[in-house]
Design a protein around this ligand. Structure first.
Ligand code: SPV
Ligand code: MG
Length: 541
């Protein structure tokens, strides 16, 4: 990151022949807005910072509390901040501490006023006591001798006119402060016209540039100050006052209407808030720096075949693309996977592969889909089979909790098993259900994170001994993926496996002594075989 010397920038602005405008801010947010609209400098107003903290402009906030606000403001912006340092919070020694800390926090300059600690806002009361000139010059010198950045600006604020002293007193003081090393003089006035400050500026012979704060003489056209010795105008408290009007108005609307509808139209969107806080930058940084220790879980969907039982519905598209209430089945399935954190999804296509046009999937093709089975489809996706994985049939829909709980349980190869398979109403009793027998039955004592071992996949519809139905969804750990991959490598040229389905492959693993687990759930899923299933699915979503 380029280190810009904000103090040097401020010095240039103060010395510039053109009028400079510096705008008030009182916290990180308002400081950002001041920069966003194009101001070249920020006035960190004492009145506004106190008000934002809910305290009075009487040094009720400690100087370190102010410092904390300033740190946020400086971090949030790249333009210089001139901070209202009140009286310097005490004597020369307090000014030394203040200046040292401000330089450390990248604050470009400080303005101190020739009054006494604790201060009172200039617009309150009359004849506020002023500091002795020599004592105040000591504060200026102490500050200048302490600054660690040679460009740091110390502005001396003359309060003589505010306190009802004549013009000569103001000049005498300003000259003394200029001689003591002040980088600029702020001549303050509470009159409703600018005559005082114009008169002061006309007679000013010092080196230091002049700054004014036209809060009370706001009606004077800005043009009046051009071509005078005034170099800088501070708009001193208008963001704080704007915040008060705006917060009052919105709070009142919401209070009265007990609804957010009218208020919503008058305020910035949450999206705008994120953009102002540069949320995008964090997302970019995350990509660069944050490597999760958790392995990405991939998804593989076996979706090659046509699905002829659906008749004309699958004449021109595969079963995975059949519409289920306005969205293809595969889009619904990938959404469920995405919602469970699985973003890298490979889909093995075959029949009318060109019609599978779902966003954010990797398409893999099993061109021999009509003469082969699921194992061959899986072999087509072998490149994508790495790390932890979810394998799923393309023709099922299930509630996300089924996948979430499958992801949470232990085991290298874990199949989702429906314990309530018998209870599914209206289902074709002769359908091809992949039934299993397990080491533990699903009973009232089965806990959410339990698993059971699959003893064997039963021949179709031989349901007398079945403990559940494999729904075509399984989780593989990194080790599980390796086991499957090595089995696929071993069988890829074998005729026996060419048309084999997934249960057949899993049964081979069980026969070899590998542990294939089951995780029970009950209901809340559907598969799509025929038009009746489709009607049920449309009801489910
Ligand atoms: C401030 O903004 O806190 C100032 C300027 O000191 S004024 O309130 O106008 O005195
Ligand atoms: Mg102030």
């Amino acid at each position: 990151m380029v280190n810009i010397d904000k103090a040097a920038k401020l010095k240039t602005l103060l010395k510039s022949k053109d009028l400079t405008f510096i705008m008030e801010a009182h916290n990180g947010l308002s400081a950002k807005i001041v920069e966003e609209v194009g101001f070249q400098g920020i006035w960190a107003s004492g009145l506004s910072m106190s008000t934002a903290l809910g305290v009075r402009d009487n040094n009720e906030a400690s100087w370190t509390q102010v410092l904390e606000q300033l740190e946020f403001m400086a971090d949030a912006t790249s333009i210089p901040i001139l901070v209202d340092g009140d009286t310097g919070y005490g004597n020369f020694n307090n000014v030394r501490r203040l200046v040292a800390k401000l330089c450390q926090r990248d604050i470009a300059g400080v303005c101190i006023e020739d009054k006494l600690f604790p201060k009172t806002n200039s617009f309150i009361g009359e004849s506020q006591p002023l500091a002795e000139v020599d004592e105040f010059c000591g504060r200026i010198k102490a500050g200048k001798d302490t600054q660690s950045n040679s460009n740091f600006c110390l502005v001396a604020r003359v309060e003589a006119l505010i306190s009802g002293w004549p013009m000569e007193e103001a000049h005498k003081r300003a000259t003394a402060y200029d001689d003591a090393g002040a980088d600029a003089i702020l001549i303050h006035s509470k009159k409703s016209d600018a005559n005082e400050v114009i008169e002061f500026a006309s007679a000013w012979n010092g080196n230091a540039p002049l700054i004014i704060v036209p809060t009370m003489y706001y009606k004077t056209p800005t043009e009046t100050f051009r071509n005078t010795k005034i170099s800088t105008i501070i708009w001193a408290n208008h963001n704080m006052r704007a915040a008060i009007s705006s917060m009052r108005r919105i709070s009142k609307i919401i209070f009265d209407e007990k609804s957010l509808v009218s208020a919503e139209e008058e305020i910035v969107s949450v999206k705008d808030v994120f953009s102002l806080m540069e949320q995008k930058e964090l997302a970019e940084a995350e990509k660069k720096y944050f490597k999760s220790t958790e392995k990405e879980i991939r998804g593989i969907v076996l979706a090659a075949t046509q699905g002829t039982k659906l008749g004309p519905l699958t004449n021109d598209i595969p079963k995975s693309m059949v519409d289920v209430r306005g969205k293809p089945l595969l889009e619904r399935l990938t959404k469920t996977l995405n919602d469970c954190g699985i973003k890298n999804i490979s889909v093995v296509c075959g029949f009318k592969a060109e019609t599978v046009n779902i966003k954010n999937i990797n398409k893999v093709e099993n061109s021999d889909y009509s003469d082969t089975g699921e194992v061959t489809s899986l072999i087509s996706a072998i490149e994508n089979l790495s790390g932890p994985c979810i394998l799923t049939y393309r023709d099922i829909l299930f509630r996300p909790y089924i996948l979430e709980s499958l992801l949470a349980v232990d085991g290298d190869i874990v199949c989702a098993i429906d314990s309530m398979w018998k209870n599914i109403e209206f289902r074709d009793p002769n359908r091809n259900a992949d039934l299993v027998r397990c080491s533990i039955q699903y009973t009232g004592t089965y806990l959410e994170d339990d698993t059971t071992q699959i003893l064997n996949f039963l021949p179709n519809n031989n349901n007398c001994d079945a403990d559940g139905e494999f729904i075509g969804l399984l989780k593989l750990s990194e080790v599980g993926t390796k086991i499957i991959k090595s089995k696929l490598d071993q069988v890829k040229n074998s005729k026996e496996f060419k048309s084999a389905d997934l249960p057949y492959l899993l049964q081979q693993l069980i026969d070899e002594g590998k542990c294939v687990k089951g995780h029970y759930f009950s209901g809340h899923w559907l598969d799509l075989d025929d038009a009746f299933d489709l009607a049920r699915m449309r009801n489910m979503v």
